[in-house]
Design a protein around this ligand. Structure first.
Ligand code: ATP
Ligand code: MG
Length: 172
C-alpha cells in the first residue's frame, strides 16, 4: 500500500492520460472545493467541457484559480492530464511564486484500461490516437520528473491506485 504524504498546504498535480482515473481519484480523496479541473474550467468558459478551442482560456482560468487559492493558503489539487512537462512547469512556477511545496501523483494505467474506460463514457469521445500520444508524452517526461517536484509518487495500475492512502504532514 502506498502512503501518499502530502503537505497540509501546497499544490498537488494529478498526472495521467485520459481515463487513468484522475477525477475518480480526486473525488475519493479530496473535497470538491480543493480540486481544480481543466474540464470544469472548459465548461465554465465554453459551456462545453470537450471544446478544445477553449483550452487556452480554460487554462488561464485554471491558473488564476490555482494562484488565488495558493495565495489564500489553501491546499489545491489540479485535475488535468499534466502529461506534458510544459503544462506542469506553468503550475510549478505558480507554486514557486507562492513559496509552497508541490507534489506530483502519477496514475499509470495500461493503455487498454484507459481506452476501455473511456469507451464507456458517453461524454468523452476521443480520437484513437489521443491516449497513445498522451502516454508517449508521459513516458518521455518521466525521467526528469524527480527534479520537478519536491516529492512525487507513481501509482502503477488500478490496484495500486485504489490502495493508496493519504497522510497529511505539517513539516516537510
Ligand atoms: P480525463 O482526463 O478524460 O478527465 P480521468 O483521468 O479523469 O480522465 P476518470 O474520469 O477518473 O478519468 O475515469 C474514467 C472512467 O473510469 C470513469 O468512468 C471512472 O468511473 C472509471 N474509473 C476511474 N478510476 C477507477 C478505478 N480506480 N476503479 C474503477 N473505475 C474507475
Ligand atoms: Mg477527468
Amino acid at each position: 500500500m502506498t502512503e501518499l504524504r502530502l503537505p497540509e498546504m501546497g499544490l498537488v498535480l494529478l498526472i495521467g492520460v485520459s481515463g487513468s482515473g484522475k477525477s475518480h481519484f480526486a473525488a475519493r480523496h479530496f473535497r470538491p472545493s480543493q480540486v481544480v479541473s481543466s474540464d470544469h474550467c472548459r465548461l465554465v468558459v465554453a459551456d462545453d467541457e470537450n471544446d478544445q478551442s477553449a483550452t487556452g482560456d480554460a487554462f488561464d482560468l485554471l491558473h488564476h484559480i490555482v494562484a488565488t487559492r495558493l495565495r489564500r493558503g489553501l491546499l489545491t489539487v489540479v485535475d488535468a492530464t499534466n502529461v506534458q512537462p510544459k503544462a506542469r512547469e506553468a503550475l510549478l512556477r505558480i507554486a514557486k511564486d507562492h513559496d509552497v511545496l508541490s507534489v506530483g501523483i502519477v496514475l499509470d494505467v495500461p493503455e487498454a484500461l484507459a481506452k476501455a474506460r473511456n469507451a464507456l463514457r458517453p461524454e468523452r469521445r476521443l480520437p484513437d490516437h489521443v491516449i497513445p500520444r498522451q502516454r508517449r508524452e508521459l513516458r518521455r517526461g518521466m525521467r526528469g520528473i524527480g527534479r520537478e517536484f519536491k516529492r512525487h509518487y507513481v501509482l502503477d495500475g488500478e490496484a495500486e491506485i485504489d490502495a493508496a492512502t493519504i497522510v497529511y504532514e505539517k513539516a516537510w
